[in-house]
Design a protein around this ligand. Sequence first.
Ligand SMILES: [Zn+2]
Length: 447
Amino acid sequence: MNYKKISIASVAVGMFAAGAAFAQNAEIATWSGFRKAAVSFTFDDGPQSDVDIALPMFDKYGYKATFNIVTNWANGGNSGMLNWDGVKKLASSGHEIASHSDSHPQNGAMPSSEIASSKGTLNQKVQQKYGVITLAYPNCNTPGDAQVLKNYVVGRICNASWSGGSDIMGKDGPNNWAAVAAMMTGNQGTSDFKGNMDKAVNQGGWVAFLTHGFTTGSNGFANYSPTDAKGMESSLQYAQQKDKDIWVAPMGFVAMYIKERKASKIEPQDGGAANTMSFELKHNIADNISKYDYPLSIRVKSDWKKVEVTQDGAKLESKVDGGYVYFDAVPNAGTIIVKNANAAAPESSSSAEPPQSSSSEVASSSSNGTIALPTQSLDGRHLAAYVDASGYITVQNAQGLNITVFNSLGNVVRTTKGLGLEQKVYTGAKGVYVVKIGNRAWSLKIK
Ligand SMILES: [Zn+2]
């Protein structure tokens, strides 16, 4: 199997009160959601087509990409290139904004002084939960690995195969975090997104793509190896169909996940009450770049039919499936408690609090295949949100409105804009969510 397996059987003996289910194993998933592979889409140079073509495409499927920005170009005045307003648009949809130098020299490596200065400028201009953690090198040339790794979680080159390496990385990432590979897409590179994603799934690894502009739209300086937008979109559709296997996430987030997973231990704690199991999830990664607080996917063996999982007292989404409890938790963020909910009051564990917004009313909840009633009116529209039979959040009549999905901790897990009469909003995991459309809200449960 694909998981980092930590046997805790030896320390679990005698730990729990009689009658409690014993934790035999707690495992950290190789990839988020216990999927089989990770896929990252990265875009270089910051052309206008990032906002005009890539942004709506990725938002439609609820996936996040990495946009590598040249700060001097974003300062404005370059035909076909984004200015800071455009970059902020990408960031406000939850995409990763990363560095691609200040000056982008035509040949050779970027000046090493720009390793830190480009990051500083981006952090000043754009608010991001994890800050600027990724650097993509202009012309694929590293300005100095050691210097890069003092400032970034990950430095990106281009095709590893151009210098004899492999473009599909293993589950533990590259040998050198200052040389993460990405496959060039377009007419100078690959158009076979699906084939390469399948390879990553078969190998249990990670593949990243590197795209400049598209064959259509306004691409400014990003005119090398234009990529067919339709081909890219069909690959997102494909990833969505294989959501159980494929984790699509920005390069910096996948890098954080790998580093945290390799460094973290999940360990049972002593003294739990009957019908509870408690765990610590910890790592001691020491650098000044990141807190490495991206959530890790965990499963714990249990024969309980219904559970409630909390971390530091706050509820986590969880599911029970095949003799395991599944949930995502943040390392170094407090004790995780898994509680047998059938031992407590029934039906007490599955309602989400709405996000902290007094203006929103939570309409109702629905399970898969049921339309939540009532619909809510907003400016003459009849808005609806429900979970369809396949387990996807679906909204209706929300064209042009902001759609935000919160988890039960109140954290935003997806943001997008309403496009068609009916639209699916992908969460990537089961659990209880609050969906806000404009200032209306629904509580939905994905089973
Ligand atoms: Zn470039």
